[in-house]
Design a protein around this ligand. Structure first.
Ligand SMILES: *Cc1c(COP(=O)(O)O)cnc(C)c1O
Length: 221
């Protein structure tokens, strides 16, 4: 029997969505979003062979994964405060939420000290929602120029979280368009409710939490 039927099911859905879109399933990675999940929920997914995990808070991620992360890739998918940049640079393999100049400067500084730099994604606020992090779509090209050219930070791709109350397709399409015109090949988009749609629009990684682990515990205030 499989260690994690839930993991098998998500991987099968990713493969089916890739096939439906005429894409190679190998081009789509699963980020298992382990935030607010108890260790008992994570263990079977680890045993099933999952290697990439996403977390949205620096401290919580360190508490969960420190000492247990050998051979794993940990991705920060939540907003990053500049005063946590150093910890984040020291801990994560990928930071998906670069969205402002001050944070870019803090990452440069932290990387210089640490002698390491996580792979970076720029988060785009495709719905221009006040409560959501991310660079506005109209500012994305200039921001990418500044980060890559001006500050010399390599950017691997773009990330977005579409508004909860709108069809996600146009948001995924917009993110793909911004990536294409900036020569970026990687797109982190799609969550439990919409990852198949994201794959149709070109996602190269999908961030799946509740569909894989079950409902999360209430966030710690
Ligand atoms: C929590 C979270 C997810 C996972 O959400 P689910 O709907 O549980 O799959 C994905 N991306 C980000 C940025 C998140 O914060």
């Amino acid at each position: 029997m499989s260690a994690s039927p839930a993991l098998d099911a998500i991987l099968a859905r990713i493969a089916a969505a890739a096939q439906a879109a005429g894409r190679d399933p190998a081009g789509i990675a699963l980020t298992a979003v382990s935030k607010q999940q108890p260790w008992e929920a994570i263990l079977p997914v680890l045993a099933g062979g999952q290697k990439v995990f996403g977390e949205n808070r620096v401290q919580e991620a360190i508490g969960r994964w420190e000492g247990r992360r050998d051979g794993l890739e940990l991705r920060l998918i939540g907003p990053l405060q500049t005063n946590k940049a150093r910890e984040a640079v020291g801990f994560f393999d990928v930071i998906e939420t670069l969205d402002r100049e001050r944070l870019a400067l803090a990452l440069v500084e932290a990387a210089g000290r640490a002698g390491r730099l996580p792979r970076l994604y720029v988060q785009v606020n495709t719905g221009e929602e006040d409560q959501k992090a991310g660079i506005a779509p109209r500012d994305a090209d200039a921001f990418l120029d500044r980060v890559r050219g001006g500050l010399g930070l390599p950017v691997e791709g773009l990330m977005c979280i579409p508004p909860a109350d709108e069809p996600p397709g146009p948001h995924f399409a917009l993110l793909a368009k911004i990536a294409a015109r900036n020569g970026l090949a990687k797109l982190s988009m799609g969550m439990s409710g919409d990852f198949e749609t994201a794959i149709a629009f070109g996602a190269t990684s999908v961030r799946v939490g509740s569909a894989l682990f079950g409902d999360r515990a209430a966030p710690v205030a």
